[in-house]
Design a protein around this ligand. Structure first.
Ligand SMILES: NC(=O)c1ccc[n+]([C@@H]2O[C@H](COP(=O)([O-])OP(=O)(O)OC[C@H]3O[C@@H](n4cnc5c(N)ncnc54)[C@H](OP(=O)(O)O)[C@@H]3O)[C@@H](O)[C@H]2O)c1
Length: 194
């Protein structure tokens, strides 16, 4: 049974993907968030809720004990968050990280310049890419709420194709990555509707 730590567990992508993990896998989930009273535990037999801030290394390290995979879906000071996650993963002896970023961080979207609004995403990706972790950075397009699971991946260095991606597609990919220790390791993937 894979043990997965979900950082930013009250966020949109995190909650959507938590439901996917519970429906499609037997993984055990640790749901890490600020002000934990906001989140009802969706399945107390398979999930624990831990209150904490991702910028506090010691809280993170403690939550990482015994985990196999860290899945981070965050906003805010993402460079600081990424540095703390990398440090805490080293301290806890963990390797596998799945980190949500955004399309556009390498100016890879034809015709689009996202400039400084994407700096937290660029800076956090750079921190993770400089680490020795088994990371997969995901650069999704705009989220949609359609039922379809239909996506294509582009590697770093390739132009991004398309514009948007369903949350179902993104969660499907995150579940596959979390359960496959070697899938797309040390890659930064564009994710868009096929
Ligand atoms: N919307 C789109 O179409 C789109 C497209 C591409 C990429 N993205 C990016 O994908 C990421 C995930 O999106 P989303 O819609 O799921 O975002 P979201 O709902 O805003 O979730 C982000 C979560 O990060 C948490 N967080 C921020 N700082 C934290 C800290 N220091 N410690 C612990 N948790 C912290 C927030 O918790 P609190 O509730 O405590 O504030 C929030 O729940 C975001 O970076 C977003 O910008 C979005």
């Amino acid at each position: 049974m894979t043990r997965i730590l979900i950082l930013g567990a009250n966020g949109q992508v995190a909650r959507h993907t938590t439901a996917f993990f519970l429906q499609r896998t037997d993984a055990h989930l640790t749901l890490f968030l600020r002000r934990a009273s906001r989140l009802k535990n969706p399945d107390p037999a398979r999930a624990s809720v831990v209150e904490g801030d991702v910028t506090y290394r010691e809280a993170l390290r403690a939550a990482m004990q015994g985990q196999d995979v860290v899945f981070a879906s965050l906003t805010g000071d993402m460079a600081k968050q990424a540095r703390t996650i990398v440090d805490a993963m080293h301290a806890a002896g963990l390797k596998r990280l799945i980190f949500i970023s955004s399309m556009g961080i390498y100016s890879e979207v034809p015709g689009e310049k996202y400039a400084s609004v994407l700096d937290p995403y660029r800076d956090s990706a750079a921190v993770i890419e400089a680490s020795d972790l088994d990371y997969t950075i995901l650069r999704p397009g705009w989220f949609t709420h359609g039922a379809e699971i239909d996506y294509q991946l582009t590697q770093k260095g390739e132009s991004f194709r398309g514009h948007d991606v369903s949350l179902n597609s993104l969660s499907d990919l995150i579940v596959k990555l979390a359960l496959s220790p070697t899938l797309e390791v040390r890659r930064s993937l564009g994710v868009s509707r096929a």
